[in-house]
Design a protein around this ligand. Structure first.
Ligand code: AMP
Length: 120
């Protein structure tokens, strides 16, 4: 799947639409999910144009992958869930029901989380 820069997270990265920003650095931007599924639900996205984790892991540089991974850890810490625990989710493609085709990691926590997956 080719990257389409009309997706909503590309618009957030370009500053065309607002977000509830938690963190930003050279590699990543983090903001709160507009439809939270837990008391902490924050998204971390790379600055680069990647459709999904699969695309990112295949094509991003080592610096981008390392910088993004560090950003996820920093955001979890800023959101106060490091000690209590959190779950990371990265949807890729049709079977995962990925909605936004710009790679993002969901950080979920702030309360005990339900089972790992729910059937559609
Ligand atoms: P996914 O199904 O993994 O692609 O998740 C996309 C996530 O993006 C969903 O949890 C949405 O609630 C969230 N989302 C969509 N639009 C926005 C937005 N403008 N700001 C913040 N989160 C958004």
């Amino acid at each position: 799947m080719a990257y389409e820069d009309s997706n909503i997270f590309a618009k957030i990265l370009r500053g065309e639409i607002p977000c509830d920003k938690v963190y930003e650095d050279e590699f990543a931007l983090a903001f709160r999910d507009i439809n939270p599924q837990a008391s902490v639900h924050t998204l971390v996205i790379p600055k680069g144009a990647y459709v999904s984790f699969d695309d990112f892991a295949a094509k991003a540089s080592d610096a981008e992958i390392g910088g993004f991974s560090r950003a996820v850890q920093i955001v979890a810490s800023r959101e106060g869930v490091t000690d209590s625990g959190y779950r990371l989710i990265a949807n890729h493609g049709k079977h995962s029901f990925q909605e936004v085709p710009h790679f993002h990691v969901h950080i979920l926590g702030g309360e005990p989380l339900p089972g790992l997956i729910a059937r559609p």
